[in-house]
Design a protein around this ligand. Structure first.
Ligand SMILES: [Zn+2]
Length: 178
């Protein structure tokens, strides 16, 4: 069943309705973000659909959202942007466990914003890259990938866990095929 968005806060579920139905409700998310950023990148838009399922005194909110972001490329420093998937799977309950579940609010409104803000901050890229073969600001003097650019002196490329590099390659290939 589709949730009718609350005009005062479209990023919320109506708790009494949800618990009365004893089932679930879907909510369209379309959030223009203006205040969420880290030192490395900033979030612009969050879109997609979330589902809330009530079971007993718990509410599970889940779904996959698209997070649009932008930030300076870690090699050439040009502004670059991208869209990442934000997987949501969170539990709201009374007597929540800090850092694991969220507290069911006392009022009637399950405001999703604090939870989404937390997830967005974790999902924003720490090392944006404009293109996987970006050659950096002055490739003639400092070719990206050469031992010269790895040194502390230049400090542009933070060390990357090879597993994350593999993920970066996947994202890039997806974009190419669009
Ligand atoms: Zn670049």
């Amino acid at each position: 069943m589709e949730e009718t968005p609350n005009p005062e806060n479209p990023l919320s579920f109506d708790l009494p309705k949800l618990l009365k139905r004893g089932g679930g409700a879907n909510l369209q998310i379309d959030w223009n973000l203006e205040e969420i950023s880290t030192t490395y990148s900033e979030a612009h838009q969050l879109g997609g659909e979330l589902r809330a399922e009530a079971s007993g005194d718990k509410v599970v909110v889940s779904g996959e959202l698209n997070l649009g972001w932008s930030g300076p490329c870690r090699r050439c420093l040009d502004t670059t942007d991208g869209v990442d998937t934000l997987a949501v799977s969170e539990i709201y309950e009374t007597d929540s466990t800090d850092g694991e579940t969220f507290e069911i609010p006392q009022n009637q409104i399950l405001d999703l914003r604090p939870m989404l803000q937390e997830l967005i901050l974790l999902a924003l890229p720490l090392t944006p890259l404009c293109s996987h073969d970006c050659r950096g600001p002055i490739p003639e003097e400092y070719p990206a990938g050469s031992p010269d650019t790895q040194g502390e002196e230049h400090g542009i490329d933070p060390p990357i866990d090879p597993r994350w590099e593999a993920l970066g390659a996947l994202t890039f290939e997806e974009k190419e095929s669009n």
